[in-house]
Structure formats: C-alpha cells, structure tokens
Design a protein around this ligand. Structure first.
Ligand code: CO
Length: 188
C-alpha cells in the first residue's frame, strides 16, 4: 500500500466516518505490515526531504481508517519534552487502544488541531481530557501496554482513538463559541 497525501482518505469521503473494529491478537501478518507502514509514514512525514519527494503531509499519528481500513490500529511518533526538560520520542504501534480512565481536568492546544484527513482550516479549541490511561497491544514493545499519558501525548491518543468512532477533531469544537476558555484546563 502506498501511503501519501493522495491515498489518505479525506473528510469528503464518507468512509472516514466508518466505525473501526478491534483486530484479533496475536496480530496477523497483514495487520503487522499495515501498522509498520503507518508508522513509517509518520516518521518519514516529518523528514522534510522525504516528505517533499513522496508527497507526505507532516503528522504525529495516523489511524487505519484514514487508509480506508476499518480496524483499530494507530501509529504515533513525535518528539516531546518531559517534565525535566529532556527531549524524548513517543513511539507507538497500537492495536485496539482504548481509554480506561480520563481526568476531569481538560486540555487543549492553543493553536487547535490538524488531521491528515482534513484539508480546510477549522479554528477553535478541541477540548479533551488532560490525562488518560490507555490499554493496548503495542507492536513496538511486542506486548500489552498501559500508557499513562498527559498533555500533548494524551491529546494525540484521544485524536487517534476518535478516528475509530468516525469522529474528527472539528466535531469537538464548540460551534457557538470556538475559542471559549475552559477554567482550570491545561493549555498547550
Ligand atoms: Co486525524
């Protein structure tokens, strides 16, 4: 499968709203291969030279439904700074990730969110939970994992898991008041 900006489903395609199903474990070779290709896309997409040559839009995550495959698979890779100010890379190849708990505290990105399947601007805050706990199978670690995520990672995971329900980030923007401040929310 070739994954690039032409083959990724856009929100004009109703398939992007399809519900994704859990995959069976252990993963099939086909599902492993797809996850690896999705992960490669995300990594390559932030390499300017490769991205330009292969028509990749930069991304920190991608879910299988964006390739027209309604399976609960998502790949994530990005650099972040931990609480000690050290640079760290978050990398996941997840099967069946699901949120098992969420904080009451909210979080949102001040500059809003983007998505490989959305080409138009949708301005406004996408209000999510500031901290979540996710359970999944992770192909990178080749084991079941429990991810305690906060801040940006928590937002990325919620964005990707939303794709499994056919939800796009702008569905969560308050259409009446897109930049409404949320008291006590973590802003990133
Ligand atoms: Co997206």
């Amino acid at each position: 499968m070739i994954i690039n900006n032409d083959t990724i489903l856009k929100d004009s395609d109703p398939r992007i709203r399809q519900i994704s199903q859990p995959v069976s474990l252990p993963l099939s070779d086909e599902d492993k291969d797809l996850l690896r290709q999705m992960f490669r896309y995300v990594v390559d997409s932030t390499n300017e030279e490769i991205a330009e040559k292969e028509n990749l839009r930069p991304a920190v995550g991608i879910s299988a439904i964006q390739l027209g495959v309604p399976k609960q698979l998502t790949a994530i890779s990005f650099e972040d700074v931990d609480k000690n100010g050290e640079t760290i890379r978050h990398e996941f190849m997840l099967a069946n990730p699901h949120i098992v708990s969420s904080s009451v505290q909210k979080a949102y990105l001040k500059s809003g969110e983007g998505c490989l399947s959305v080409e138009e601007e949708h301005e406004g805050y996408v209000v999510r939970s500031a901290r979540i706990k996710v359970k999944a199978f992770d192909l990178i670690r080749n084991s079941q994992v429990e991810i305690r995520a906060r801040g940006y990672l928590a937002i990325v995971l919620q964005h990707e898991i939303d794709h499994f329900s056919g939800i796009l980030f702008y569905d969560r923007i308050d259409s009446e008041d897109p930049f409404r401040e949320i008291e006590g929310a973590l802003t990133i």
